[in-house]
Design a protein around this ligand. Structure first.
Ligand SMILES: C[S@@+](CC[C@H](N)C(=O)[O-])C[C@H]1O[C@@H](n2cnc3c(N)ncnc32)[C@H](O)[C@@H]1O
Length: 182
């Protein structure tokens, strides 16, 4: 009898926790205008192989989601410091489980942060790319690598088409320098 009511309480608690998680993800998806959908393994592989063999300095991931792309970047570039910005609570908390010495996650809106880096990586949506363009035109441009959505009005230095179902495009803007703005 007691064990039945304990297990009943646990299933109610579990259900409530599940609802809170779903609510939090939905809330931040609506607020940010995009879900925490991760870059697919095929696109991630193509993106990483389009980058130079060595990169130093700071690499920013703007909207790091669950942290998998930032983790792969930190692993690939042990001499660079990788910082992921993410406001959505659940993906952010998950990303804290991915540990590397040169990897940091910040629960911050990157539009409110100074973006000074060797390279910024992002997978956002058209309106966010335009807002990012305005910010960087004011503050000084840095090299950007993005996929799926281009920055309207900027000429890409390199475009790569991934051999996936959607023929996803990866766009590079600017050149990499080891000291930030170009
Ligand atoms: C499509 S996901 C990409 C996740 C990860 N970059 C990847 O490629 O695997 C975009 C993420 O950006 C986050 N995001 C959108 N705008 C943001 C902002 N201004 N500041 C911080 N995070 C933001 C969203 O919450 C979402 O998790």
């Amino acid at each position: 009898m007691i064990s039945t009511s304990i297990s009943h309480s646990f299933s109610i608690l579990g259900g409530l926790l599940g609802l809170l998680i779903v609510f939090s993800i939905l809330y931040w998806t609506i607020k940010n205008g995009i879900s925490p959908m991760p870059t697919s393994p095929k696109v991630q592989k193509a993106l990483l192989s389009s980058l130079p063999v060595h990169l130093e300095g700071t690499i920013l991931e703007l909207g790091s989601g669950w942290g998998t792309l930032a983790f792969a970047l930190a692993k690939r570039y042990p001499n660079a410091q990788v910082i992921g910005y993410e406001t959505s609570l659940i993906p952010y908390l998950f990303s804290l489980l991915l540990r590397r010495k040169n990897l940091t996650f910040k629960r911050k809106d990157f539009f409110n942060e100074p973006l000074n880096a060797t390279l910024a990586v992002c997978y956002l949506y058209p309106a966010a790319m335009q807002r990012l363009k305005q910010k960087l035109e004011k503050e000084g441009k840095i090299a950007i690598i993005t996929h799926t959505f281009a920055v309207n009005g900027w000429k890409a230095t390199k475009i790569i088409e991934v051999n996936d179902l959607y023929k996803t495009r990866i766009y590079l803007y600017g050149e990499y320098t080891s000291y930030g703005r170009t």
